[in-house]
Design a protein around this ligand. Sequence first.
Ligand SMILES: NC(=O)c1ccc[n+]([C@@H]2O[C@H](COP(=O)([O-])OP(=O)(O)OC[C@H]3O[C@@H](n4cnc5c(N)ncnc54)[C@H](OP(=O)(O)O)[C@@H]3O)[C@@H](O)[C@H]2O)c1
Length: 372
Amino acid sequence: MRELPIILFGVGGVGRALVRQIVENREFHANQYDLVLRILALCDRNSAVIELDNGIADPDLQALLALKAAGGSLLEHPLGANQSDLKGIVDIAGRAGAVVVDCTASDVTVPALLFSIMQGYKVVLANKKPLTVQQEVYDRLTRAGVTTTGNAGWRNLGQSRWETTCGAALPVISTLNRLVASGDEVQRIAGTFSGTLGYVMTGLQAQRPFSEIVREAHQLGYTEPDPRDDLGGVDVARKALILARGLGWPLDLTDVQVTGLYPARMNQLSIDEFMLALPELDQQFQAQVEAALAEGKVLRFAATVADGQCRVGPTLVEASSPLGRLGGTDNLVEFYTRWYNPNPLVVQGRGAGVDATASGVLADVIELAYTI
Ligand SMILES: NC(=O)c1ccc[n+]([C@@H]2O[C@H](COP(=O)([O-])OP(=O)(O)OC[C@H]3O[C@@H](n4cnc5c(N)ncnc54)[C@H](OP(=O)(O)O)[C@@H]3O)[C@@H](O)[C@H]2O)c1
């Protein structure tokens, strides 16, 4: 049986679902892939559990998951210890063939990830932040053979995966990478990457007031506690940037043109004040939807990656296009290329959720198990 050592950063919703799925699939991975996945280190914000010999035993993993699900720290477990240095954890727990998995939502992980790559370990990211800071960090994490003079090396097909950074487990990044690898010319990518914003746009198309839809989504828990975190579009901008960089375009987050669903002046308000002020925006959205309908188009909150640029915000699309026909909370990505034109290659489905996302992370880990 082949051992696959794993070091996991982040034991939140996705990290916990990943550990659960690793444990549930032990027999399957042994039978079908000849693999035993050993979690050597588990880290949260301030603490870690490390078991170097056979990895953390399943009963301990279950206890740790229960602790984290109840809002505790790994430190509360007898095996838990303080940690303030993820790179140090990789240094201690890393070994040949190790896969370092980032399920945090922080760029604090960057030094540890770069160190992992330098050590020859593999890296799987659910976390978008390391891929949306400096271009050089993106290059080092996704390209092999980066030179000491800073030139980006060649595309790395063996050492890292980041499928769940765009559209959760939907095969968006792997589709992009395959199109690029084949030498196909990707002319335009257009996609919706937020279930919450999909819900809002579907409501608008049904001629409901913007304020009513946002309040409903907030009450149903579809939005972040502060709905502006969704409505501002920054998370979608990070995804658009990851796609653009995947095409080889050297852009930064500040280059992405983002038009959110509320004006900047509303950033000064408290959450309650913001919710009360929402009706001010109703008329403007109603007018936009009606103007779109009059042209046979619909309004989508889309990311568009084309002509060397990234744009994110309300976008008019043909009602008959895949994006135009989309309703509800699914993510949908259209790839227009030399070979996929005029009809795009389309990827569609659930683009969020901790279990779906963790399944994508696990698939990335398994894919890397047999790469050099
Ligand atoms: N949820 C989804 O549907 C989804 C879909 C696609 C991608 N993602 C991405 O997946 C990642 C995880 O999402 P999530 O929903 O699981 O987030 P989450 O519940 O907020 O969990 C984040 C975890 O990261 C840990 N963490 C934060 N800073 C850290 C640090 N410096 N060192 C080590 N651990 C640290 C947190 O520790 P504490 O437990 O101590 O706070 C927590 O365990 C995010 O980047 C997210 O964007 C999520």
